[in-house]
Design a protein around this ligand. Structure first.
Ligand code: ATP
Ligand code: MG
Length: 416
């Protein structure tokens, strides 16, 4: 779990602003749910035989009533719970997003943390394939806005439950034939979650996995048409994609479209955004059956890519640092600082005393564009001085009430 110190936290805020504008531009609205949910929500929502539920959840018992609780490992199940609980799908579909910390007890490594952050997007009540394509296209736009390079889109279709069941039987039969060569995970998943065996990163299993029955070959007409519908829109929008018939995703709730964005820039944690369709989840969690799809991006991983090559240091500097020596000067300087803030400027009012020279050093180090300087002789006349700290410009002295309009005009132009 990481501390984000000011330099980094500022970059996160800048990133979050870009992301909010992007979500608004597609008509998505925010939803905020608690960080703690009943454990059963994730067992039912994410799936009993998934990595998350089997070994990654931070679960505990509520001391007061013995209820089993879990720090949320993902945001889709909580979002669906809230939407159902508050009847948000009544008569209309919803475009929603969430953003915040998630918790998974994993082995920590670069790009993999126990508290990490996701921005997730959910479109509830849409049968697609247009909305599936919208999600992928909006991702492509964000990567473009952020200037991310070397990103690849992989897409697959998981079909519907019947198609998966037929494929599952064939897959189990096939894997049973290679049982002696499977690793521990593979043996464990053979009957509980055989699709996940295809997802293995173990190089020794690649040949077996390569020759395994492909789910794509078990898709019926409707699922194929859905897949074709999504990819036709991607071609229309000029978003390149690769079909990866072994892409299955680690959560149980997906059907039909699944996709992952990967990059060569993050080492082994190559996936930074993933999602897909989950038409049965809402009903499974007790809601009225409705189709849906969504995706989540890992903010740490996207931040690593975005901030790559950015200079260290503060991202934002104050406009003005107010220097003052003397009691009367201090009072006038405080008034000047508040007036400047009312005019929309970011102002640091010097605290802690000291002479002009030491205060001016702090003003300089603050990165401010201007110093406002007030001594008792200026204060007696109701005036203050200001001086640019970067580049050219003389020190000037003005009546205190003229300071804010003057500086705003210099900083924002005359029409400010
Ligand atoms: P992985 O295969 O890397 O474990 P996942 O399939 O478990 O990923 P999802 O549940 O799909 O991941 O979450 C979506 C995104 O959230 C991932 O693509 C990744 O960017 C991010 N993410 C998941 N787990 C972590 C983690 N422990 N630390 C940082 N980011 C994470
Ligand atoms: Mg994982």
């Amino acid at each position: 779990m990481n501390d984000l110190l000011p330099d980094e936290a500022e970059r996160w805020e800048a990133f979050e602003e870009i992301v909010r504008d992007w979500l608004r531009s597609y008509g998505y609205r925010p939803i905020r749910t608690p960080i703690v949910e009943p454990t059963a929500l994730f067992v039912r929502g994410v799936g009993e035989h998934t990595d998350i539920v089997e070994k990654e959840m931070y679960s505990f018992e509520d001391r007061l009533n013995g209820e089993q609780l879990t720090l949320r490992p993902e945001g889709t199940a909580p979002c669906v719970r809230a939407v159902t609980e508050h009847n948000l799908l009544f008569g209309q579909p919803r475009r929603l997003y969430y953003s915040g910390p998630m918790f998974r007890h994993e082995r920590p490594q670069k790009g993999r943390y126990r508290q990490f952050h996701q921005v997730g997007v959910e479109a509830l009540g849409f049968a697609g394939p247009d909305v599936d394509a919208e999600h992928i296209i909006m991702c492509a736009r964000l990567w473009d806005d952020l200037g991310l390079e070397d990103v690849t889109l992989e897409i697959n279709s998981l079909g519907d439950a019947t198609e998966r069941a037929a494929h599952r039987a064939a897959l189990i039969a096939y894997l049973e034939g290679h049982q002696d060569k499977l690793d521990e995970d593979g043996k464990r998943r053979l009957y509980t979650n055989p699709l996940r065996v295809l997802d293995t990163k173990n190089p020794a299993l690649q040949a077996i996995v390569e020759a395994a029955p492909r789910l794509m070959d078990y898709l019926g007409e409707a699922s194929l048409a859905h897949y074709e519908g999504v990819t036709a829109l991607l071609r229309e929008a000029c978003v390149p994609y690769t079909l990866n018939t072994r892409l299955v995703r680690g959560l149980d709730y997906y059907n039909r479209t699944v996709f992952e964005w990967t990059t060569t820039r993050l080492g082994s944690q190559a996936t930074f955004c993933a999602g897909g369709r989950y038409d049965s989840l809402i009903e499974q969690l007790g809601g009225k059956s409705a189709p849906a799809c969504g995706f989540a991006m890992g903010m740490e991983r996207v931040m690593l890519m975005w901030a790559e090559g950015m200079e260290a240091g503060p991202l934002v500097s104050p406009d003005v640092y107010v220097v003052h020596v003397g009691e009367q000067a201090g009072r006038l300087a405080l008034r000047a600082a508040e007036q400047l803030r009312s005019a929309g400027l970011a102002v640091i009012y010097h605290c802690g005393g000291g002479n002009f020279k030491s205060q001016m050093k702090k003003a300089d180090a603050s990165g401010s564009a201007f110093a406002v300087i007030v001594g008792d002789d200026e204060a007696a006349a109701g005036e203050v001085s200001f001086k640019p700290l970067r580049g050219e410009g003389e020190q000037r002295r003005v009546p205190v009430d003229l300071l804010a309009p003057e500086l705003a005009a210099v900083l924002y132009g005359d029409d400010a």
